[in-house]
Design a protein around this ligand. Sequence first.
Ligand code: BG6
Length: 485
Amino acid sequence: MPVEADAIVLFGATGDLARRMLLPSLYFLDADGFLPDGFRIVATARGELTREAFLEVVHKILSDRPEGLDEAIWARFSARIAYVGADATTPEGAQALKAGLGEATRPFFFLAVSPSLFEKICVSLAAAGLATPESRIVLEKPIGRDLATSRHINGVLSEVFDESQVFRIDHYLGKETVQNLIALRFANTLFEPLWNSLSIDHVQITVAETEGVGARWPYYDEYGALRDMLQNHMLQLLCLVAMEPPADMEPDSVRNEKVKVLRSLRRFTRVDAAEKSIRGQYTPGVVGGKSVEGYEAERGQKSGTETFVALRADIDNWRWAGVPFFLRTGKRLPEKRTSISIQFKPVPHSIFGQASIHDLSPNRLVIDLQPDEDIKLTLMNKAPGLSSGGMRLQSLPLSLSLLGAYEGKGGRRRIAYERLLLDVINGDATLFVRRDEVEEAWRWVDGVADAWAEANIQPKPYAAGSWGPAGAFALIERFGKAWSD
Ligand code: BG6
């Protein structure tokens, strides 16, 4: 049994991720009684800030949230917090952290900082004797920009920490419905016999966002939609849909199965680049009734980076041969929506007379991750009432809404990081990405990027507020399918 951590050292404690996600998640974990007694929060950043000033900032962040702040919980939570204003990449900084940890001996280090600091922080933790076998390290993406750079970062980590101590976050794995996908597949007898190329026609995964890139431009322009979203979140979703049943829920059992899927992804060729993918970049338009500027205007700079990508992925294995997986993601699309749609094959023959086989909609299992978390299974049924000239059929969803199922105070929706932070505290790495997974995902994504470069595939413009370039529709139609909305 892994030991329970007794402290978090939060690097980048005044940054965006800490403010929006990590500090609120720690607070909610405390509110729900999940933080162990005596658990310490050592917040660190380079800024010269007193503990009091930092606590004021955190108090405001929590009070401004829709859930509001409970002063009694705040009293307990704030007592756990130490603030260390230091440069953790220097020996003095690391010593200051050591002092901040006090009696804690099993800390985890959460690097909510620029990846350019990962290496220096690891080296400095090791030099200060803080990287003990009882410690853990948590990293956010991006872990590299391609296979070579991700190998470098992973190599540095492995010199200081054993792989079992490394927790690579993909926050999509902390989302309730993503975990529910595992339950749906492996806690029911209904789907698994149908979960293969005999019954499934194709799979669609859509991650649509209304937000533009804005202040994140310098980072984003280096990465683009392929590296920012597809390499990690979307391939993780694809793996969970496509993996074989793991032997159990042990971290390595699940991760072994995901890696096999990544290894089975068919490498993109130059011809595929044109036929099976499309890149887009948003131009001015209207999103949610508001006029917004185009990607290049946000920074006043020309760019060849894609803010939209759609592609067909093929998994060359026994289960999925011939079943296309269509992936689509973009910024400045009409709505924020993440969904996985599994489309089953049509019935082999229609007995319904003029309701020919084409009128019978194939069954579809739709797993919505956001904005609503629900699972729908569309089924054909008889339209109620009388009709002459044969039975009228209609397609209706069986719906499993997870809204009422939220645990936590007031049925609020948990932040994905709550689950993930709790798992790090308990040492459960099932929902974290192993080194070989990251590297296999990069290997495949590098293949797509290389194919684009060879075939000189440039981003096509699309108006903000639209569903991407027209080519995204042509792409899926080329294979006889349509995006399901
Ligand atoms: C991040 C990407 O990993 O995920 C962002 O870097 C993106 O560009 C975000 O906006 C989306 O996350 P969510 O949870 O809002 O779907």
